[in-house]
Ligand binder design. Structure first.
Ligand SMILES: Cc1ncc(COP(=O)(O)O)c(C=O)c1O
Length: 376
């Protein structure tokens, strides 16, 4: 059994994906070719933003944003303590200080009260200037933008949406990717909209920002690649990857609908036995992961072991909160104890999940998880 069934998705979309790859091979515009531009336009219209800037991966997308806004030495960037390191790593590379915030114990997204407390702590300490908040749509569940937007406005902070895990998800009908001042996503193969290698994108409604991002994406180019106006990156999206995603984008909403059905079956089976995902009213999760919380660390590890013995894969997203990582030793932590993030990391485990998960496989998983839990 696959953890994320990319083979079944390929089988369903094979004809169109193969044709699209063949057309790129035939016209040989391998980098930022026609299909890449078509993909940018179609994705912009799907998400409901003016511009999509395709790039080499999600980390590069975030780096383009941090560079375009001039974030660097002396700046504080606030992010949830429970996310992939890439949410904030490119800001650190530019010299900014990462400031971690605890998560909400129900949604696992950045907690507004912790965010505000950390902003105040940074201001009181005085070494860093608060500049940006990175709100992550963690495992596909949109962050609480109503609350975060108010805080961003009050403290004049840029609100960056890290929608790497949130493509297809939405808040009151507004798609993830359109919920911050600017947003980034990843097309890593296992993401809700994934390519067959690395890929990413930035989303913006601002024409000047769009031009700047396109310049930084290609070595800070001006009128041409050899007219360099600023320090940039080589962070372009391959045409083949865009061509592969065009058919996937067409079925994304259908897949998101299927994900709701599959998640609802898991919810029903595990209600009362585990903490099941909490999606706020008006929100739709992409369920990039379907995560349960066991009663404690021992039960979680026992379940993972039993599943493995039964040939059922499971994963932990993520086992270590950012504030505990060696790379961030010595960073400013404010007064935060990160109690909810620590608890989450101890108890979370994710089950096989994709729009193509069969009912039979899902029943097998549910039985195995329930049997393992009853032994504890
Ligand atoms: C929340 C989050 N941000 C950023 C990234 C970085 O994306 P990529 O792996 O495409 O560089 C990822 C990918 O795992 C992610 O999950």
């Amino acid at each position: 059994m696959e953890f994320i069934d990319l083979k079944a998705q390929y089988a369903a979309l094979k004809t169109e994906i193969d044709e699209n790859i063949a057309s790129v091979l035939a016209d040989t515009h391998f980098i930022l070719g026609e299909k890449e531009q078509e993909f940018e336009e179609k994705l912009a219209s799907y998400v409901g933003v003016k511009h999509v800037v395709g790039c080499s991966d999600g980390t590069a997308a975030l780096q383009l944003i941090y560079m375009a806004y001039g974030i660097g030495h002396g700046d504080a960037v606030f992010c949830p303590d429970m996310t992939f390191v890439a949410s904030v790593e490119p800001a650190c590379m530019l010299g900014a200080e990462p400031i971690f915030c605890d998560i909400d114990p129900r949604t696992y997204n950045i907690a507004a009260d912790s965010l505000e407390q950390q902003i105040k702590a940074v201001l009181a300490e005085g070494r860093f200037t608060p500049k940006a908040i990175v709100a992550v749509d963690f495992i596909g569940n949109p962050a609480d933008y109503d609350k975060i937007r108010k805080i961003a406005d009050e403290y004049h902070l840029l609100l960056i949406e890290d929608a790497a895990q949130g493509m297809g998800a939405s808040v009151q009908g507004v798609k993830c990717g359109a919920l911050g001042d600017i947003a980034a996503t990843s097309f890593f193969p296992s993401k809700p909209l994934g390519c067959y290698g690395d890929g990413g994108a930035v989303f913006t409604n601002d024409d000047d920002m769009d031009r700047l991002l396109r310049s930084i994406r290609v070595h800070g180019k001006g009128k041409s690649k050899y007219d360099n106006q600023r320090i940039g990156l080589n962070a372009r999206l391959d045409t083949i990857q865009a061509a592969i995603m065009l058919p996937k984008l067409k079925v994304l909403d259908e897949e998101i609908a299927a994900r709701q059905t599959i998640a609802a079956r898991y919810d029903q089976a595990f209600d009362g036995k585990f903490q099941t995902p909490y999606i706020m009213d008006g929100m739709v999760s992409s369920y990039a992961q379907y995560a349960l919380l066991a009663k404690d660390n021992k039960q979680r590890d026992d379940i993972i072991r039993v599943l493995k013995e039964n040939g059922i894969p499971s994963l932990v997203y993520y086992p270590v909160p950012l504030h505990q990582m060696k790379v961030f030793e010595g960073c400013f932590m404010g007064e935060e104890t990160f109690a909810h993030t620590i608890d989450y990391a101890q108890r979370t485990f994710s089950l096989p999940f994709s729009a193509y998960l069969t009912k039979e496989d899902q029943e097998r998983i549910i039985e195995a998880v329930s049997a393992a839990a009853s032994q504890n």
